[in-house]
Ligand binder design. Structure first.
Ligand code: 6PG
Length: 235
């Protein structure tokens, strides 16, 4: 695991954008495509905006989501819709594999598992993502894996209901079964409100039920925590 601390979210996002292009080009060179699972929330938005100004063979990039809120795509709470505004509308990509967020959550979760199986890397029924982007909530959740949710999971996707800030409660999430088979997993964490939890997650006891971010332990992949000074102030 690597922890990289940046002075602010702007320099963190710039670094992430440059690394994104490197990792994407390496995947394309090795496997002819780049499979990336995006995160929702506010932290990655500057990265997505910066990616709109980068040179990449976007027709070989496939976008997925680590989780999605079950609201229509044009709802401001929809993670796909947020990325569409700042990135997809600018690069004109068509390889979007979003959660069908208009469906009933359990149906959307099953449909997304079917989408993943279309990109399966044996022996799994889902892809080994080249890159997974994750955030972390003030409560230690990641994607839509929330404190108190079952640590042992058996499916690649789950429908969950969770209340966090003023965000939509009904969600579909990938589970750690998928995240932990990725080649690269990046947490992007910024802001003072995350500092206490980040210290507990990175330096405290292993309590994955309390801190779902601790469930993310890539089997072979690289785990990178990109944090700003404020979030890392207690480390
Ligand atoms: C979501 C995300 C969620 C997010 C964290 C951090 O859909 O909201 O997947 O896990 O990454 O809540 O959100 P911020 O980046 O807004 O702090």
């Amino acid at each position: 695991m690597v922890i990289k601390k940046f002075s602010d979210i702007e320099t963190l996002s710039q670094f992430a954008a440059e690394k994104f292009v490197k990792v994407a080009n390496q995947a394309i060179a090795e496997r002819g495509r780049f499979l990336v699972a995006l995160s929702g929330g506010s932290t990655p938005m500057k990265l997505y905006a910066q990616l709109a100004n980068t040179e990449l063979d976007w027709k070989l990039v496939h976008f997925f989501w680590g989780d999605e809120r079950c609201v229509p795509a044009d709802d401001e709470g929809n993670s796909y819709g947020q990325a569409k505004k700042v990135l997809f509308d600018k690069i004109g990509t068509t390889n979007i594999h979003r959660v069908e967020s208009d469906l009933e959550p359990a149906v959307a979760a099953q449909a997304y598992a079917n989408t993943l199986s279309g990109f399966a890397d044996a022996p799994f029924d889902f892809p080994c993502f080249d890159l997974v982007l994750l955030g972390m909530g003030d409560d230690g959740h990641t994607a839509s894996l929330f404190p108190g949710s079952p640590v042992e999971v058996t499916t690649p996707t789950l429908a969950v209901t969770a209340h966090y800030q003023d965000r939509p409660a009904n969600r579909v999430t990938l589970t750690q079964l998928v995240f932990n088979q990725a080649r690269e997993v990046w947490f992007m964490v910024a802001g003072k409100s995350k500092a206490e939890t980040l210290k507990n997650v990175l330096q405290g006891e292993h309590k994955p039920e309390t801190y779902p971010a601790q469930r993310i332990q890539p089997v072979d992949g690289e785990l990178v925590w990109m944090i700003d000074e404020a979030a890392g102030s207690l480390l």
